[in-house]
Design a binder for this molecule. Structure first.
Ligand SMILES: Nc1ncnc2c1ncn2[C@@H]1O[C@H](COP(=O)(O)OP(=O)(O)O)[C@@H](O)[C@H]1O
Ligand code: SF4
Ligand SMILES: [Mg+2]
Length: 342
C-alpha cells in the first residue's frame, strides 16, 4: 500500500533564529588507531546548528554518529583523535582550546546526554549531589542555592517531589526518570547547545515520547540548539528542523526535514525512509536495506554506498562523489539520484 508522509507537525518551524550559526562544524575528520593503520570514522563532516534549532543526525549503527558527537565535545576514547577540521561554537574553534578551557565550556555552555543513563550516573552518590557538583564546577552558587537550583531543574523536567528526590540514589529511579536526571545534569547550567546521542533508545515508547517532547519544549523556551542523534527517522520527523544523513563516516544528504521527507534524493535516505512503515510509532527501523555499512578498514574508494545501491552506474565505483548543493538548503552526495518511489 502506498504511504505518504504527512507534513511534519511543526511545533518547531520558525523556532531557529536567522543569526550566525551557534555551531559550525567544518570538515571534521576523526581517526581511530587500529594496529598499523589510522582509520577514518568521521571523514570530512560539515554542518551547522542555529540557536533554537534541532538538527537530526541519522544513519545506521556504525556510520560515525557517536564519533562525530564525541569529537564536538572532545570526549573521544583514547584510540580516537581528531585529525582535521574546525568546530566553531559561539565564536571560537573548540578544537584549538586548551583542555582547561574546554572543560569550562563542557557541561556549562554545551552538554551531552547519552543513551544509557546508568553509565553516566554514579551509583554511589545521590542525584542531588551529582547535580550540585556540576553547579559548583561551573558557578559560584552557595550550597543552598545549588540545591534549590537542582530541585528547580528536576521539577522543570517533570520529576515529582523534586526537592525530596534530590536525596535518592540513581537505582531508586526508573529508566525514564534517570534519563530526566541526565537531562537535568546536562541542562542545569543553561547551556546553548545540547548534544543528545540516542537519548531515548533504551526507553519504552511512551517514555521516549515524553523525553522528546521535553527536549522540543526546552528548545522553544530556552532557544537551545540541539544535535539529536538517532537511527529513528520517525523521531526526526516529529521534532527536528533539519536532518543530516550519515553513511560510512560521511554526510550523504542534508536539508530541512520538510524537504528530505517529501523528496529524499539519496538512495540511502530513501532506503531509510522506506524502512519506517509506522512513522509515528517511534519503532526502530526495520532493516530492509540489503547489505551492511562497510568496515572502516575496507572502505570503498569511490561511493561508499555503491555495493548496496540499485542506482549504481559506472562512475559510482570509479570516483568519490562530493557533497553538492541539490537545491536550496539541500545538499546531496550522489551521481545518480532518482525520484523517491515508496
Ligand atoms: N572505541 C572505539 N574503538 C575503535 N573503533 C570504534 C570505537 N568506537 C567506534 N568505533 C568505530 O567507529 C565507527 C563509527 O562508530 P560510531 O560513531 O560509534 O557509529 P554510530 O554512532 O553511528 O553507530 C564504527 O566503525 C565503529 O566500529
Ligand atoms: S553515487 Fe551511485 S552508488 Fe552512490 S548512492 Fe549515488 S547512485 Fe548509488
Ligand atoms: Mg552511536
Amino acid at each position: 500500500m502506498a504511504r505518504s508522509f504527512p507534513a511534519p507537525v511543526s511545533l518547531h518551524q520558525g523556532a531557529a533564529d536567522a543569526g550566525p550559526p551557534l555551531l559550525e562544524v567544518r570538515h571534521l575528520v576523526t581517526e581511530i588507531q587500529s594496529r598499523q593503520r589510522r582509520l577514518r570514522a568521521v571523514d570530512g563532516v560539515s554542518f551547522q546548528v542555529r540557536r533554537g534549532e534541532i538538527l537530526g543526525l541519522v544513519g545506521e549503527s556504525g556510520c560515525g554518529k557517536s564519533m562525530t558527537a564525541l569529537s564536538l565535545m572532545r570526549l573521544l576514547p583514547p584510540a580516537a583523535t581528531i585529525a582535521q577540521g574546525e568546530v566553531w561554537f559561539d565564536g571560537q574553534d573548540l578544537l584549538r582550546l586548551s583542555p582547561k578551557a574546554m572543560r569550562r565550556i563542557r557541561g556549562h555552555r554545551m552538554s551531552m546526554v547519552f543513551q544509557e543513563p546508568m553509565t553516566a550516573l554514579d551509583p554511589a552518590f545521590t542525584i542531588g549531589s551529582q547535580i550540585t557538583e556540576v553547579i559548583h564546577a561551573h558557578g559560584t552558587d552557595s550550597a543552598a542555592a545549588a540545591r534549590a537550583r537542582a530541585a528547580a531543574m528536576l521539577d522543570r523536567l517533570g520529576i515529582p517531589n523534586a526537592a525530596r528526590r534530590l536525596d535518592s540514589y540513581p537505582h531508586q529511579f526508573s529508566g525514564g526518570m534517570r534519563q530526566r536526571v541526565m537531562l537535568a545534569l546536562a541542562l542545569v547550567m543553561n547551556p546553548q547547545l545540547l548534544i543528545a546521542d540516542e537519548p531515548t533508545t533504551a526507553l519504552d515508547v511512551t517514555i521516549q515520547a515524553q523525553i522528546l517532547d521535553l527536549v522540543a519544549d526546552l528548545r522553544r523556551e530556552l532557544g537551545l540548539g540541539v544535535v539529536l542523534i538517532t537511527h529513528n527517522l520517525g523521531v526526526i520527523h516529529e521534532i527536528a528542523d533539519r536532518v543530516a544523513v550519515m553513511y560510512a563516516g560521511e554526510i550523504v544528504e542534508i536539508g530541512s526535514v520538510a524537504r528530505i521527507f517529501s523528496d529524499p534524493k539519496h538512495p540511502y535516505t530513501q532506503g531509510l525512509l522506506r524502512s519506517m512503515p509506522y512513522l509515528y510509532e517511534r519503532r526502530p527501523s526495520l532493516h530492509v536495506i540489503a547489505g551492511r555499512v562497510p568496515d572502516l578498514g575496507i572502505m570503498p574508494r569511490a561511493c561508499r554506498f555503491a555495493a548496496r545501491c540499485a542506482n549504481r552506474i559506472d562512475q559510482c565505483t570509479e570516483t568519490h562523489p562530493e557533497l553538492r548543493e541539490a537545491d536550496r538548503d539541500h545538499e546531496l552526495r550522489c551521481y545518480n539520484p532518482t525520484p523517491f518511489a515508496r
